[in-house]
Design a protein around this ligand. Sequence first.
Ligand code: MN
Length: 211
Amino acid sequence: MTDKDPLRTYHGKRDFGRTREPRGRSGGGDDRPRFVVQIHDASTMHFDFRLQVGGVLKSWSVPKGPSTDPGDKRLAVPTEDHPLEYEEFEGVIPEGQYGGGTVIVWDHGTYRPLSHDRRGRPVPFDEALARGHATFRLDGSKLRGEYALTRFRGGTSDSDGGEAWLLVKTRDDAARKAGRSTPDPRRARSVRTGRTLHQVAAEAQEAAGER
Ligand code: MN
């Protein structure tokens, strides 16, 4: 991950209040890395938790979804890195394709890496992940506050069950025990469009019928 804004010169030459040229992700003075949580109604319903690390979205499949309750330890199984643009993907992956099913963007925003070494020095986020423990503060529309991702099984293949992590809310002001700490995926709405999985699927089907 880079601390310097690679588009600093580009941004310095333009007033984005006056030009409609693209600002780019790191524009607007906000160069913090992004996160996204998608709900994916594939062969099994799951949440996809993705953190921007460098030029990709590091990804975990979280069957039960992230919880705001620090007492919940949520299994998070690593999946392949996704391109940054995947943050915006909402729609239907055709049946028969990898991950066939409906996807909504449940939450998105930025995060701040928090990992420090024993001397209190910040650890680069990719390094923290490589070591198997990373803490970060989410600033999304729904998810807020500190979370930790911790690798508890370092498998290398499907035959040994593969690598497995836990996603856990840290105790802080944003932690919540009362009420619903995890959204019901079938009722949850897209942070981008307000639609449910069902609505996205129905609209896709309608659009296909019109062709
Ligand atoms: Mn998925």
